[in-house]
Design a protein around this ligand. Structure first.
Ligand SMILES: [Zn+2]
Length: 200
């Protein structure tokens, strides 16, 4: 997959990295940590770069340029792309949540390349995010761009802010779903869920 990832940071990014790193240095000091420790010296810059990378979905022009194809075969059954892996940071703690997204749609006039489905998920994952919103945004994008008969998105994820701290529930899986159009019909929804569960 040819994704354009800026390897050389722009001038604007360089400035941001410097500004974030200087604040991060202050945070590390306030935590009483020793910035002269070899493992911490470069941490402010590393954290700054990581945030820019993880939040790349918010950058201008980050929306994936997706080609749609005419549905010449008049395919009217369900198209499913399941087990799309993703990593995101929760808006509340800036701690990872990660898992898999499963996308299904029933087309009208347009279809989308299967590999593009994961680009859409990644675009919405690369920002401070809530699992509920991620799920809705992916469904909304497909609904808007494809005008299909219907869309359903299921996301299963583990949230490190839940597992590592606070209530500490290791291994808990959070499941969310978003529905558009024909998937509001129970048999259609169940067909998708059956196909999802089949290999497990
Ligand atoms: Zn959180």
């Amino acid at each position: 997959m040819s994704e354009t990832v800026a390897t050389v940071p722009s001038v604007e990014d360089e400035e941001k990295i410097r500004a974030i790193a200087s604040q991060m240095r202050r945070v590390i000091e306030l935590l009483g940590l020793d910035l002269s420790d070899a493992n911490l010296t470069e941490t402010p810059e590393r954290v700054a770069k990581m945030y820019l990378e993880m939040f790349r979905g918010l950058a201008e022009g980050a929306e994936p340029n997706i080609t749609f194809f005419p549905n010449d075969e008049r395919y009217t059954a369900m198209i499913i792309e399941k087990d799309i892996p993703f990593y995101s940071l929760c808006s509340h703690h800036f701690v990872p949540f990660y898992g898999h997204a499963h996308l299904a749609y029933i087309p009208n006039d347009k279809i989308v390349g299967l590999s593009k489905m994961s680009r859409i998920v990644e675009f919405y994952a690369r920002r401070p995010q809530l699992q509920e919103r991620l799920t809705e945004q992916v469904a909304g994008f497909l609904a808007e761009k494809l005008s299909p008969q219907g869309v359903m998105v299921v996301v299963e994820a583990r949230h490190l802010c839940v597992e590592m701290r606070g209530v500490k529930k290791p291994g808990a899986l959070t499941v969310t779903s978003a529905i558009r159009g024909i998937f509001f019909n129970r048999p259609v929804r169940e067909e998708f869920l059956d196909l999802l569960n089949r290999r497990r």
